[in-house]
Design a protein. Structure first.
Length: 340
């Protein structure tokens, strides 16, 4: 969306009698010359817009107005469009009580830093992004492992978007907290935990500078229940199960499907002996699916420890084998491919 310069045409030369054909031709020549100049200027500005797009140049554009979909931003003699989703989150986080239309009206007449993200002269489409300009300024300071205060933006089925607060107090960049990174507990609906406007603390776990994307985690700021020591989950005296008095007689059933996996594992070359031993409960449910992994506990000679988990229940498996850790992992992979 663009339009030519708002500068009005020069007034007609004084004392010209427009009824005189020669005078009319002169006025037409003047108008034609002005059209040529305007067209040359627009062509030059479209060329500049394409250069800004190709080189990622940040431009200070004046906001000329707004409509239902975004802002109208001046680019030399052209006027382009900045969709509301391309505005920096700093505006809405600074004044959360205002609607996007109220924020847009308040920005009219001001200068904002933008990048050209689409320039198509033939279709007269010139589109800007303030988010991309802000990314250029602030993204280099974002590193994996950084922890930020953040404000939750939109919440979707697949996760929540969180706006990162920077030292100046403003929220310049946005990242995604995937549903799997919201909590160590099993999350059925992100909206049960997070709502728009919530203040949260997040950890950066991924930065894609080519796609201008930041991946965040909330749960990684808490202790991973899977990293609890085996002694916490499965006491050495063999006792296991919930600790409350009301559940003292609770009986732990073997994990469904585990015995089949053990039988298949015994058929693998290099497996000398395998026994299902202790059982216990973790504090939280991470997944209801049966999961199997090799413990980080150091092996005792040729004896290794496997752990199986489904829901909160954890099962210890003692494995005697001539295989090394990589060999055990390969054997497990083959077994899991055979077992439905």
């Amino acid at each position: 969306i663009c339009r030519s310069s708002l500068t009005p045409p020069n007034p007609s030369p004084p004392n010209l009698n427009v009824s005189d054909p020669s005078k009319t031709q002169l006025l037409q020549l003047i108008d034609d010359d002005q059209d040529v100049v305007r067209q040359a200027r627009r062509s030059a500005d479209w060329k500049a817009a394409r250069a800004h797009l190709e080189n990622g140049i940040v431009y200070q554009g004046r906001v000329e107005g707004c409509n239902g979909g975004g802002l109208l931003v001046r680019f030399y003699s052209l006027v382009g469009f900045l969709p509301y989703p391309q505005l920096s989150p700093s505006h809405s986080c600074k004044e959360p009580e205002k609607t996007i239309q109220e924020i847009a009206k308040a920005l009219t007449g001001s200068l904002i830093a933008v990048k050209v993200i689409h320039a198509e002269e033939e279709k007269r489409k010139l589109i800007f992004s303030e988010k991309e300009a802000v990314w250029s300024k602030y993204s280099n300071s974002v590193k994996i492992g950084n922890v930020y205060q953040a404000k939750v933006g939109s919440v979707e089925d697949y996760g929540a978007f969180a706006h990162l607060q920077f030292p100046d107090g403003l929220y310049h960049l946005t990242g995604l907290v995937h549903v799997s990174e919201v909590s160590w507990d099993l999350v059925q609906d992100v909206r049960d935990i997070l709502n728009e406007g919530d203040d949260v603390k997040v950890k950066v776990i991924g930065v894609d500078r080519n796609k201008s994307r930041i991946t965040l985690s909330i749960k990684q700021l808490e202790e991973d229940p899977l990293l609890e020591t085996l002694e916490k989950v499965i006491p050495r005296d063999g006792s296991a199960g919930p600790t409350s008095d009301s559940n003292a007689d609770y009986v732990i059933e073997p994990l469904p499907g585990l015995e089949t996996i053990v039988e298949e594992l015994q058929r693998e070359d290099g497996i000398v002996d395998i026994k299902i031993t202790r059982q216990g409960f973790e504090k939280r449910v991470v997944s209801q699916d049966l999961q199997l992994w090799l413990s980080n506990a150091p092996p005792n000679g040729n004896q290794f420890t496997l752990l199986a988990r489904a829901g909160r229940q954890v099962q210890e498996i003692q494995l005697v084998t001539s295989l090394d850790q990589d060999g055990i992992k390969s054997a497990l992979q083959r077994v899991l491919e055979r077992v439905p």
